[in-house]
Ligand binder design. Sequence first.
Ligand SMILES: [Zn+2]
Length: 385
Amino acid sequence: MPGTTYTTEEMLARLIAFDTTSRDGNLPLIAFVEDYLDGWGVPHFRVDYEAGKKTNLFATIGPAIAGGIVLSGHTDVVPVDGQPWTTKPFELTAKEDRLFGRGTCDMKGFIAVCLARVPEFVAAARKRPIHLALSCEEEVGCRGVRPLVAHIRDHLPKPGAVIVGEPTSMKVVNGHKSALTFATEVTGLEGHSALTDKGVNAIMVAGELLAEINRIRQSLIETGDPSGRFDPPYSTVHVGTIEGGTAKNIIPRRCAFQWETRLLPMADPDYTITRFDAFARTLEPAMHAVSPTSGIRTDTINRVPGLAPEPHSAAENLALHLAGANATHAVSYVTEAGLYQQIGIPTVVCGPGSIEQAHKADEFIDRGELRKCEAFMEKLVAALV
Ligand SMILES: [Zn+2]
């Protein structure tokens, strides 16, 4: 007995109705997808990120052999807290040619197109498999998919290409920057503000570090991106938060700041932190002379690898053919694509909807974008037989 069939919009309505805000997990959505796949006899398994709360689902349609195509999407969405929505965010609402709801664009639209085509994939994928990789915890630093990527590397026949369906307006994206996030903490020595020589002022040391970050920023701008494909056309560095000090007449013992760098995919991913650390080490002797317990500590909070362009890779050629396109693009946001590329699978990003509509109140996807993605998948079906 065949399973349930859905149009893309019916499937999207089901997916949107699950509130999969990253912090709350995605299990009800995954259970729904598992039921649906069971109806079509498609084998699948989970790789948990956080047991009992957040999981990744991997399904294989067709033979369990190498060379398959992975269609990859994250199931989590960003919060709606404090956003001025005029529609119900977890209810698909159609207004003319736009479909509103949290995740319509980023990226349940892509997942809905893929899932609605499962019956066609089942019929067509006789020689070459199609895999569905549905991840969790992407919106908070591409963390959730990592155990799934490791599982694919260690235990599965190697897929031939990955298409990550983040919103690109169905343009084929073969490059994005990496993102590295750091937390720096300066520990000084407290004292009366009249006796500056008896203390180590953590805020003033942090000021030196921030000045170095500005110098790094300048040199990144000067190095730039010869390809001119990225916006802005250079690697960036930025400080997002800072806190420190107790009162204006106390030498501050602590100052902490969080910062990030987004590097061109061909750049040395450790350039910023290596240079920053080397500078920090030059400040410490003077601090230690006053207080041996003072110091500067920097922790890496997260590293999302960039996607380095691989012209004419299997993924790029396939996606260009399916999208009917002849040019590739680069984007500024990070995706899971770099993680798949790191395990040696050619990967591109291509999905419906515009990143302009992602993460905002009244997020929507144009029906036309879904049509384009459906056409892409129809050609994929044709390419399988
Ligand atoms: Zn996304």
